[in-house]
Design a protein around this ligand. Sequence first.
Ligand code: ADP
Ligand code: MG
Length: 730
Amino acid sequence: MLSPRFQAVSQAMATQARRAATENERGLLADKIFGMNVFGLDEMRRRLPKNVFEELEQTMEEGHRLNPAIADVVANAMKDWAIEHQATHYTHWFQPMTGLTAEKHDAFLTPSQKGHVISSFSGKMLISSEPDASSFPSGGLRSTFEARGYTAWDPTVPVFIIDEPYGATLHIPSFFFAFSGEALDRKIPLERSIEVLSKAALRILRLFGNTEAHFVHPMVGAEQEYFLVDSHLAALRPDLLLCGRTLLGAPAAKGQEMEDHYFGAIPERVLAFMQDLEHELLKLGIPCKTRHNEVAPGQFELAPVFEEANMACDHNMLTMNMMRHIAPRHGFLCLLHEKPFAGVNGSGKHNNWSLVDSQGQNLLNPGKTPKDNAQFLVFLAAVLAAVHKHSPLLRLGTIGAGNDHRLGANEAPPAILSVYVGEELNDVIEGIIDPAYARHENKKPMEIGVSSLPALPVDQSDRNRTSPFAFTGNKFEFRAVGSSQSIAPANIALNAAVAASLDEIANTLEAAVASGKTITTALQELLPETFSRHKDILFNGNGYTQEWVEEAKRRGLPNDDNTVSALDRYNDPQVTQVFVSQGIFSEREMQARQEILYANYAKTLIIEGQQLLELGKTRVLPVANGALDQAATRLQHLTETLGKDACQQEQLELTELHGKVQALRQSLKDLVAALAASRAEAEARRQAKVAKQHLLPAMQAVRACCDKLEEDLEDSSWPLPKYSELLWIH
Ligand code: ADP
Ligand code: MG
């Protein structure tokens, strides 16, 4: 009989691409299905009285709370629409600090007289609800006896329906907060950061004489990387099921060295998954645009068209949910973990970010006129200053136990933040700092506000893929975000940091103008000074090299290459100042978050450690012991028939194998001790530190022992699907 592993391999090989069951399931043209499960503006206009619609539209645009006076009318229209779409339930859909989304469904029904029920949904139910939310992480913001948490519709994002074979549910994208009003989620601080950024950016626009724009939105396009593993194989890997990554596994003979997977032909089964996924996402109004194979075998990417940051954040959470949800239909497990496999690329999420005003003008687009260029340079300077001054704060937007395996560890982008602007823009900046530079380089000296920038190619082809933060023509690409993470923390940090530097610049410019200077003169003073102060953040070279690590140190750029040291920065006065003074977090909210994140890190490591211990003890060790017994029996047999002298090689091999098994036993003992030491710590920060210092290396040691044995032991005895199978069967 085949071993479970070989059975799984043959089942995986035999699995065919899933065919669409109905005509409806086949990718209908995007314009037919796009947003059909969203209660969007068109639907609202059709169903609401004109005055109610206009007020709601304004609320959505400006992000106010919904006026209770119109809530009932809106709720009623929403309910009718939802019921027409076969929805039976509604839920406030929110994003607690678990890093995932949460939902609790309630039926639309209310009992009426004589044993009947009616469908009901009031404005009050729409605006807010009070889930029994005592189990969500609050970092001490709620004590258990006062466990109430509230959810409230975020009216800037329309409600939508998740449609399943047995029924549909109306989802109301919601904020989640404590009785005291403090944020328990990531949407509230994101909204606050967007508001603060908008105000600061408007100050700059006003200085340039723009009186029209009434808000500025950060726009975000989050490219999502992921792995797919065949379900039959994944079922034999509890580490994949529970931790989302392989805790052990020797490298396959072939990984990504041939670079033949990147942009390669998409396997049929995978393509079917992608099409199914996109179909569902389009119905939810998520503008998926690009799909392709990524660098590592078994790795893929989905990129949507960019949207307003809060919408992009919700949509990315939904995309991840849908990926996990739809993969099993196609016989896959979808891995969103940052480093599911050692030795090949991990997954990130490129957070493309720009600023667009209410007139649709992208403020990061180098302009055609001297005035537009000068304005572009101010925003560029603000971003450079923000990344330079607030690098620890931005690093906090990318922390997590999973992402630690990428940033500054096994692969890039590095944990050191630097900005890539490309050669041309670099020359422009150098020329502004020092006119002599421009003459020396045989280029026209820059006179801000007078000359125009050389035309910058909007699509720069020689992008630096090693840079954690790159300017790509008309947007910045923050590449350090982890694939499994919400993009909210990264964008909160980015918005907060840029808002702070825009405000600082606005203060200087406003004062100069008030003192009678022209804006051009003020800029000619401000820009060289700002660029020169922050040019250390610019780096166009290879971010993966050791030389850069040393050079960055000389420049004083922080290098927090793990979550624990990055999290300690929550206490930096500058971090607190940017968040608290701008009203994005209160000090209590920050403390709570820091606490939750330490705990989350420690728990992740403890779960992984426990899982690895189990795998080592119950799967690898028995197989290794079996091999040892077999080798001993064989040696005994050979010694008896051939004599001891003839069996020296076998004796040596046995001793070697024995050594490896002993090493595994010892490493498992050390792991038990490290787990105990981590569990013994009651306080989150201490626990995170101990886990990092003791548990992580103990796990690495166990893994090394297991991987050596995997390479040596007879293949059919190995119980766990190997890298060659997990990575290459699709
Ligand atoms: P890549 O980085 O893979 O070469 P693209 O240049 O096609 O990809 O863009 C990647 C992502 O950047 C997409 O999600 C796209 O919508 C987004 N994007 C493009 N322009 C902007 C912009 N102005 N602001 C924010 N995101 C943008
Ligand atoms: Mg990209």
